[in-house]
Ligand binder design. Sequence first.
Ligand code: ATP
Ligand code: MG
Length: 331
Amino acid sequence: MLKVKYGVAGDPSIEMGVDVCLMVRDVSKRFGDRVAVDGVSFKVHRGEIYGLLGPNGAGKTTLLSMIAGILEPDSGEISIDGLNALDPKTRGRVGYCPQEPIVYDNLTGLENMMFYAGLHGLSGGHVKQRCRELLDQMGLGEYASRKVKTYSGGMKKRLSFAITLIGEPELLLLDEPTTGMDPRIRRSVWESILRLKEEGKTIILATHYMEEADELSDRVAIMDLGKVVAEGSPEDLKNRYGPKAVIDVELSKPATDPEAMIEEVKPYASEGRVMCRNGELRVHVDDPDIVAPKIVSELVRMGVGLKTLKITTPTLEDVFLRLTGRRLIEG
Ligand SMILES: Nc1ncnc2c1ncn2[C@@H]1O[C@H](COP(=O)(O)OP(=O)(O)OP(=O)(O)O)[C@@H](O)[C@H]1O
Ligand SMILES: [Mg+2]
């Protein structure tokens, strides 16, 4: 176990009684003239799950690569337990599960695990046993002896996650850990992530799935175009930036003129926020009891058929929309 220093005067890793595991201060990174990460600062507390939520190109992977010490920031500072992220002494503490799994197709799942265990200087029967346990935990036990070329994308991702755990890192960097997984498998990976938190790991989770960030994170940094645009617990973010309520209307057939429909509904929406996608209308509202009937009669007047109408609480997607004017996943 890593020794944690408590109460050392002037120790930057201890602040206001909170044990800071990772500090990112004013970090920027460019690729040519493209700014991928733009003056980002945040702190991650030991034992928490910290979500980085943002759409494609927000800078999540670039940021995680810098935290993992693979990429050097152009400016700013990243420290892990008070050590610079580029310091080789941080290596054993950090487990990085990249967005694209780095696994060998011609080896079996177990052989991949043993290969990476070797890189950690681990070998012997007990290591094989541990590798099998980790594969079991990721639901890959029965596929341990199959070549990885027979694995699906989601299975490779879970193998990559298991590989990340071999060296027993204390800080886990998970880049889109459930992309391409069906909902049942996704949920099992979420359970694994929560179990790791219970074991005391600190976890940074980059995702563009708002449900994932909401369900798992203690705190979330919402990222867009290289910047952190808001930070807080999911509840806190929804209270601060979300509308009071959201009305979701499922249309019985697509509107003939969606733009006109949006314009008619806008006066009832909070800050005019009305979206229409895939035969669904989403309206941010502040007084649902009053405006819901008005929206319905407006739609009926326009000859738009309604299949269902739901009044719900805002999600992190609504927060993102409010902050950026765009949706997390375009389409
Ligand atoms: N090696 C690179 N060379 C040039 N541009 C890059 C490189 N890596 C990232 N970028 C650019 O930097 C920006 C941030 O990319 P990054 O991959 O960090 O975003 P992301 O939030 O992880 O996106 P995604 O959700 O698609 O994984 C993007 O505009 C991307 O095109
Ligand atoms: Mg990425």
